[in-house]
Design a protein around this ligand. Structure first.
Ligand SMILES: C[S@@+](CC[C@H](N)C(=O)[O-])C[C@H]1O[C@@H](n2cnc3c(N)ncnc32)[C@H](O)[C@@H]1O
Length: 456
């Protein structure tokens, strides 16, 4: 990061705008919105800007810029449209150690105006450090769409009750917990609908009742691309005190966790000598122990927690132990793979059902191969990289045609995703030739012939 986002209090502070055109006027308006005392210096001032400045009570000096104009200003904006004049303003600011924004020239600016989203006292500034104002505007639009108008009144309400809560809960951790709890309660709706008296009653009740005990949230992280997580999953990550995650969960997803949350990788390590049952037992007891201490625990799993994810075992354990839990579903890998490869998992003519199956077939499991080999369905095979060849052979042995379409998809929705199409007769060779790596999922059935390799 080469710039630091900082919120400046500009009320009554002297700010100088050099320039008198449309761009300068936009900056003047932004500064006025923050209560700044604006002075304008420009050799040319458009009629419109002159009128608007006069209406806003702004002093305008119609003359060339002089270096000492910047003296005493807190912030200067160079918006002349003339690079030579802007450079002069920038030099003067450097000399007088005044912050300067040169419009459309991030390199010579010591201050930049972020794209702003405003909801009352809540202000969000978006900066791309001058790399792409268009991207910043796009992000602003997306954030605008996400934030309700009621956020402003809510922030004002909360600000007005901080003293009361601080007095009741002097300890800062307890206070943070209380506020988190309050923001998940009906208090938010009461304020949004203007029922302030009822909101106050509820707040007082919550201050006297103990804050809810901890909970374990089994959260699905989706197939890899963090944007494919659900809003609820994101919400849980941002509130979590501790996150126990699998190896498959990538950095892109973990970056969305609350900054000060504890993150624990409980993924399997080859060669660490810990057997599966022991590892699972240790995870189970850590989840329960943390929740009992009142923590918000997230058990984060790739895809959906209840699809080939041992989520069922964790739920059973938590229920047995009386630990509150919830499940937040995620997009399972098979769906992510189908989407990136453009494969419809069901099709009116070709596939009337879908089966999610594991490629890890153990000696003591006996899949119904003739059933799996039937042509009018789609098989989505998880964890099948090593066993792919054997799986295809078993299907052919059970009557499936060697020409049945099959597609291997690796790292779906992640950088480096690959789609390798073939048939059950040759997919093993193709995957080997392409040197595909895990995680890899295979989709088998007539619908696999839809696979498109030209997807980004
Ligand atoms: C232990 S299972 C977990 C499945 C997960 N719970 C889900 O719902 O997707 C791991 C398998 O999921 C599949 N998988 C997970 N992420 C994938 C991805 N990004 N691309 C392809 N396959 C993936 C692979 O078959 C991998 O071996």
């Amino acid at each position: 990061m080469t710039t630091l986002p900082l919120a400046l209090k500009l009320a009554n502070q002297p700010c100088l705008v050099v320039g008198g055109g449309e761009v300068a006027w936009r900056k003047i308006q932004t500064l006025l919105g923050s209560g700044a005392r604006v002075v304008v210096v420009a050799t040319f001032v458009s009629e419109e800007v002159r009128e608007q400045c006069s209406a806003a009570g702004i002093r305008v000096h119609e003359r060339p810029f002089r270096d000492d104009d910047v003296a005493g200003a807190l912030l200067v904006v160079a918006a002349t449209g003339d690079p030579a004049v802007n450079a002069g303003v920038q030099r003067a600011c450097e000399e007088h150690r005044v912050l300067v924004n040169c419009v459309d020239d991030a390199e010579h600016s010591t201050a930049q105006f972020p794209a702003i989203v405003n909801r009352g006292p809540v202000t969000i500034g978006i900066s791309t450090q001058g790399t792409s104002p268009t991207l910043a505007r796009r992000l602003r639009e997306q954030i605008e769409a996400l934030l309700p108008d009621s956020l402003g009144p809510l922030a004002t309400y909360l600000g007005g009750r901080r003293g009361q809560v601080k007095e009741a809960l002097p300890e800062s951790h307890a206070r943070q917990k209380f506020w988190d709890h309050a923001l998940d309660s009906e208090l938010v709706d009461l304020v949004a609908t203007g029922q302030i008296d009822r909101a106050d009653e509820r707040l007082s009740e919550m201050l006297t009742a103990p804050v809810k005990a901890g909970i374990v949230s089994l959260v699905g992280a989706g197939p890899g691309d963090p944007d494919l997580m659900t809003l609820k999953a994101l919400h849980r990550l941002q509130r979590a005190d501790v996150v126990y995650h699998d190896k498959l969960v990538g950095a892109g997803v973990l970056d969305r966790c609350r900054r000060d949350s504890r993150r624990v990788d409980v993924g399997r390590r080859s060669g660490d000598g810990v057997d599966v049952a022991t590892r699972q037992a240790s995870i189970n007891s850590r989840l329960a122990a943390d929740a009992r201490q009142g923590m918000r625990v997230v058990r984060l799993k790739g895809g959906d927690p209840l699809v080939f994810g041992r989520g069922g075992e964790e739920i059973a354990w938590l229920a047995e132990q009386g630990v509150p839990f919830e499940v937040v579903p995620g997009i399972t890998a098979g769906l992510g793979c189908a989407a990136i490869a453009g494969i419809p998992l069901t099709h009116r003519d070709w596939a009337q059902s879908v089966r999610f199956v594991t490629g890890q077939v153990h000696r003591d499991t006996h899949p119904d191969w003739p059933e799996l080999a039937k042509p009018d369905q789609t098989l989505v095979v998880y964890m099948g990289l090593r066993a792919l060849r054997r799986l295809c052979e078993r299907l052919m042995g059970a009557g499936a045609a060697a020409t049945m379409s099959a597609v291997a998809i690796s790292r779906a929705t992640l950088p480096g995703q690959r789609v390798v199409p073939g048939t059950i007769g040759d997919l093993g060779d193709r995957v080997q030739e392409a040197a595909l790596e895990g995680p890899l999922t295979t989709i088998i059935g007539r619908v696999a012939s839809f696979a498109r390799m030209d997807r980004p």
